[in-house]
Design a protein around this ligand. Structure first.
Ligand SMILES: Nc1ncnc2c1ncn2[C@@H]1O[C@H](COP(=O)(O)OP(=O)(O)OP(=O)(O)O)[C@@H](O)[C@H]1O
Ligand SMILES: [Mg+2]
Length: 320
């Protein structure tokens, strides 16, 4: 049997118009294609929202058939440090561009570069301005030294909205002959939180179970609790029903295989998102405070189950 290509790669945008969301960014990049020129760029934003895709699509549109020759992709976190800047980049940047007038070096995860490497990069960027443009991609632009930021046009990518993801996911489902159950997409939006890579991966994993993709399969493959399960656990604790809340916690940990950290994060999300009639604002503040405390203990290495149970016990103090 042929190994199936991950859908995230199979459906990586080929052209700028296929990059969903980020409309202003796409428009600016398209104007660079029209002018056949581009400044140095810095793409910042969280994971899986189209930074690499936009860089690759931009280069494909600029260089067409000469794309391979004129585009160099490096991952700063694999090849961390100063040598990669000194050697690989220089070798590539030094030679003349094949077709167009310039080449593009795409440096992924550039916030992983050490300070020294960034300083070296800064000089390299200057030296090869005639032949080379740089696109740096990072999760946090604050980790990029100021002199580099000022040499780049900065684009901040946003997590995608549900309706932006919807069309693309439906398109993929259709091409792959996958049937989407009624609440499947809502569940995918909930677990992926604007991360398109995660959304597509969850869709593929659910589909690989065979049959229709449903709310249940989505939550199962992503080891997430359904929001209502978490809500129910919170409400049980707030009603003082400790044993029932604890049983539900056990189900999440042992039957759904969730990690303590995942439960904690979802607890936080549901408390913050609760309506006033579910949890009053005053109580909400106190609960967030408790979550903060127990999250810290868990990160410090305390036993997850004990900490989560203790957290539920703390919640019981707010019994009406
Ligand atoms: N805006 C988008 N439009 C269309 N597809 C997208 C978008 N963002 C992500 N994807 C899908 O998710 C995959 C991963 O996206 P991409 O590599 O562009 O993410 P990234 O922002 O570079 O993330 P990271 O910070 O982890 O490198 C793509 O191959 C594509 O299938
Ligand atoms: Mg990337």
């Amino acid at each position: 049997m042929a190994i199936e290509l991950p859908w995230v790669e199979k459906y990586r945008p080929e052209r700028l118009k296929d990059v969903v969301g980020q409309p202003e960014i796409v428009q600016r990049l398209q104007s660079y294609v029209e002018k056949h020129n581009s400044p140095n760029l810095l793409f910042s934003g969280s994971a899986g929202i189209g930074k690499t895709s936009a860089a690759v699509a931009l280069a494909k549109e600029l260089f067409g058939g000469q794309f391979e020759r004129n585009f160099l992709e490096l991952n700063a976190s694999d090849e961390r440090g100063i040598d990669v800047v000194r050697n690989t980049i220089k070798d590539f940047a030094r030679t003349l561009a094949f077709s167009g007038d310039f080449k593009i070096i795409f440096l992924d995860e550039s916030d992983a570069l050490t300070g020294d490497a960034q300083q070296a990069l800064r000089r390299t960027m200057e030296k090869y301005t005639k032949t080379c443009r740089f696109i740096l991609s990072c999760n946090y632009s604050s980790r990029i030294i100021e002199p580099i930021q000022s040499r780049c046009v900065v684009f901040r990518f946003r997590p995608l909205a549900a309706k932006e993801m919807q069309q693309r996911l439906e398109e993929i489902a259709k091409k792959e002959n996958v049937e989407l159950g009624e609440k499947a997409l809502d569940a995918i939006f909930y677990v992926s939180m604007g991360d398109m890579r995660k959304a597509i991966n969850v869709l593929q994993a659910s589909a690989s179970l065979g049959g229709k993709v449903t709310e249940d399969t989505v939550f199962n493959v992503s080891s997430r609790a359904k929001p209502r399960e978490i809500k129910e656990m919170i409400q049980l604790a707030l009603k003082g029903k400790f044993l029932e809340a604890r049983n539900l916690l056990d189900t999440l940990l042992y039957e759904h295989g969730m990690s303590g950290e995942d439960v904690m994060l979802q607890l936080y999300r549901e408390v913050i998102g609760a309506e006033e009639n579910e949890i009053e604002s005053k109580t909400k503040i106190a609960l967030v405070d408790i979550i903060g405390e127990y999250n810290f203990r868990m990160v410090e290495g305390a036993n997850e189950r004990i900490q989560l149970e203790a957290l539920l016990a703390q919640f019981m103090k707010f019994k009406k």
